[in-house]
Design a protein. Sequence first.
Length: 196
Amino acid sequence: MKNSSKKLTKKIISGKFKGKILTLPSKTTTRSSKSIVLESFFNTLQFDIVDATFVEVFSGSGSIGLEALSRGAKQIYFMERDRDALKTLKANISLTDPSACEVFSGDSFVNIEQVVAKLKKTKTQAYFYVDPPFSIREGMEDIYSKTMQLISSLPSEIVEMVIVEHMSGLEIPKELGLFKMKKSKKFGNTTLTYLS
C-alpha cells in the first residue's frame, strides 16, 4: 500500500514561478481543477490579471491563485476551511511570494465578509474565482445554493469579475445579484461560468 502515501502534485504552468511544483491535498478533502480548465481560464484573462487582485474562495492547494500570482497578479486572497488543505496551501505559498498572499482560514461563507471589508477599505476591485466542492460530496448538498447567495451578496464596486467552476449539470442563473452571465464554457463534467 505504498502508493497511497504518494503525494499528488501540480506544476505552475506559466509566468515567473513556472515549473514550481505544488503539492495537492488529498483527493478526499479537495478536488483539483483540471489543467485544461485552468489553461482556458488563464488564456481568457491573461492580460487582465496583471497587477490585479485575485480572490480564490475555496482555495484547496491554492493552485489557481498561485498561477495568477505567477502570471502577474499583485495580491492574492486565499480562503480555505480544511485543515490539511490549509497546511498544503501555506507550504505552496512559501514556494512563491508570501508577501503578496493572504490566507483566510475557516468557513469561506463567513470569511467572505472580511475579504469584502478589506477590498472596500482599499477601494480595490478583484477577480473572484469560486470553485466550491461538488455538491455530490457528503455534507455538501446545499453548497451550490449557499455559493449563489455568496456571489449575489458581493458589492459590485469590489468585483472585476466572478468566475465559477462548477459541475456541468448545474444551471447558473443568467443574473446573480448585480452580476450578469457573460459566458459559459464546458469541459466535460466541469464548466466555467463568467459573471460581471
